[in-house]
Design a binder for this molecule. Structure first.
Ligand code: NAD
Ligand code: WQD
Length: 334
C-alpha cells in the first residue's frame, strides 16, 4: 500500500517508516520539520535502501494537503504529526489545540474527499488520566491534566464520530505508553531540543556528560521503591505495532494499547541502563513533578488478540539502543 505518513521525520514516525518499507509498503512523508531534521529522511533511505517521497508541508495547511492527495495515489494515512511537550502545552494551549486538532481535521477531510478509508492515529496513554492500572481500552477516560492530553482525547472523538457517520472508514486509535530506544543502527533515535523532559533522553545525556545528574521526581509514590512506574516500549516494537494495525484495519474506530504490559520504576530503569551499558548514572531524589501519576502500564492483550502483535524487546535492549544512538548523535549546537 502507499501510505502517507505525517510526522514521518520525527522520532516514532521515522522508525515506523522503516518498518513500513521493510514490510513492502511505499511511504510518502509529510512533515514541516518543526521538531525534526531533513537528514532523518536520508537516514531512513540509507537504512532501508528504499525510496521515500518527502513533502515539507504543514499538515494544518488544507491546500498543501489537498495537493498531496490529488497528485499521489494514497491508500492509507498514519497521522503522527503533532506537538507533544506536555509542559509547553500548558503555556501555549492554543498552539497545541490548533496544531493537533486542525491537522487531524484537515487529514480526515482529505480522506473523505479522496475516498481514503484506512487511517491510523497516534494517541497516548495519557488519555486514561489517573485510572487504575493496568489501563485497558474499555475504561472510561478521565480528564488529563494538560492541553496536550486533551488534544489526543478530542482527536480520538473526532475520528470515532467520523467512523460512525461513514461506515467504510476504518481507523485504529493507538494509545502509546512510553516509547524509548532507537534503531539498532544508531542512525536514528530520539533527539529532543534543549533540556529533555522525558526520562530516557535525560539519562542518556547524563551518561554522555552533557548533564551532571538525573533528578528523580519523587520517591514517595505507592510503588515498589517509591518512584514512578511506567510501561517503557521499544520504539521499533511500537513501529511494528503500526504495521500490524494497518494490516488488520477493520471498519469503524478501534482503540488499541501499544505497551508491553510491564511496569518499570525510575530506579529500575536507571539500574538497567547502568548494567547494560556499564556507566554510572548519578541521581538525586527531588520533589514530585506536578501532574505526574504514580503508575501507568498497559493491559496489552487486545493488540495481541486482534492485531497479532506483542512487544518483543526488553528494557536492557531499550537502554542499549538508546545509548548507542546518543553516542553517535551530534547536536546542531555541539
Ligand atoms: P516528534 O516530535 O519526534 O515527531 C512529530 C513530527 O511531527 C515532527 O517531525 C514534527 O516536525 C512534525 N510535525 C508537528 N506538527 C506538524 C504539522 N503541523 N505539520 C507537519 N508536521 C508536523 O514526536 P514523536 O515522539 O515521534 O511523536 C509522534 C506522535 O506520537 C505525536 O502525535 C505524539 O503526540 C504521539 N505520542 C508520542 C509519545 C512519546 O512519548 N513520544 C507518546 C504518545 C503519543
Ligand atoms: C517517566 C517517569 C517521571 C524525567 C510523558 C507524557 C506522556 C507521553 C510520554 C506523549 C516518571 C520520571 C522523568 C526526569 C524523572 N507523551 N522522571 N526524572 O511523564 O510518563 O509521559 O511522555 O503522549 O503524555 O506525559 O514520561 O519520561 O517524562 O517520565 O524522575 O528527569 O520518569 O516522574 O515517573 P511520562 P517521562
Amino acid at each position: 500500500m502507499n501510505i502517507l505518513v505525517t510526522g514521518g521525520a520525527g522520532y516514532i514516525g521515522s522508525h515506523t517508516c522503516i518498518a513500513l518499507l521493510e514490510a513492502g509498503h511505499s511511504v510518502i512523508i509529510a512533515d514541516n520539520l518543526c521538531n525534526s531534521r531533513r537528514e532523518t529522511i536520508e537516514k531512513i533511505i540509507e537504512i532501508t535502501d528504499k525510496e521515500v517521497t518527502f513533502f515539507e508541508i504543514d499538515v494544518t495547511d488544507e491546500q498543501a494537503v489537498d495537493v498531496i492527495f490529488n497528485n499521489n495515489k494514497i491508500d492509507g494515512v498514519i497521522h503522527f504529526a503533532g506537538l507533544k511537550a506536555v509542559g509547553e502545552s500548558v503555556d501555549i494551549p492554543l498552539t497545541y489545540y490548533y496544531n493537533n486538532i486542525v491537522s487531524t481535521m484537515v487529514l480526515a477531510k482529505a480522506c473523505q474527499k479522496y475516498d481514503v478509508n484506512q487511517f491510523v492515529f497516534s494517541s497516548s496513554a495519557t488519555v486514561y488520566g489517573e485510572n487504575k492500572v493496568p489501563f485497558i481500552e474499555t475504561m472510561d477516560l478521565l480528564p488529563t491534566t494538560n492541553p496536550y492530553g486533551e488534544t489526543k482525547a478530542m482527536s480520538e472523538r473526532i475520528l470515532t464520530d467520523l467512523a460512525k457517520a461513514n461506515p467504510e472508514f476504518s481507523v485504529a486509535l493507538l494509545r502509546y505508553f512510553n516509547p524509548v530506544g532507537a534503531h539498532e543502527s544508531g542512525l536514528i533515535g530520539e533527539a529532543p531540543n534543549g533540556l529533555p523532559n522525558n526520562l530516557m533522553p535525560y539519562v542518556t545525556q547524563v551518561a554522555k556528560g552533557r548533564l551532571k545528574k538525573l533528578h528523580v521526581f519523587g520517591n514517595d509514590y505507592p510503588t515498589l521503591d517509591g518512584t514512578g512506574i511506567r510501561d517503557y516500549i521499544h520504539v521499533l516494537d511500537l513501529a511494528e505495532g503500526h504495521v500490524a494495525a494497518l494490516d488488520n484495519l477493520k471498519e469503524g474506530a478501534h482503540v488499541y494499547n501499544l505497551g508491553t504490559g510491564k511496569g518499570t520504576s525510575v530506579l529500575e530503569l536507571v539500574k538497567a541502563f547502568e548494567d547494560s551499558n556499564g556507566i554510572d548514572i548519578p541521581y538525586e531524589i527531588v520533589d514530585r513533578r506536578p501532574g505526574d501519576i504514580a503508575s501507568c502500564y498497559a493491559d496489552a492483550s487486545k493488540a495481541k488478540r486482534e492485531l497479532g502483535w506483542t512487544a518483543k524487546r526488553d528494557v536492557i535492549t531499550m537502554c542499549r539502543d538508546a545509548w548507542r544512538f546518543e553516542k553517535i548523535y551530534k547536536d546542531l549546537d555541539e
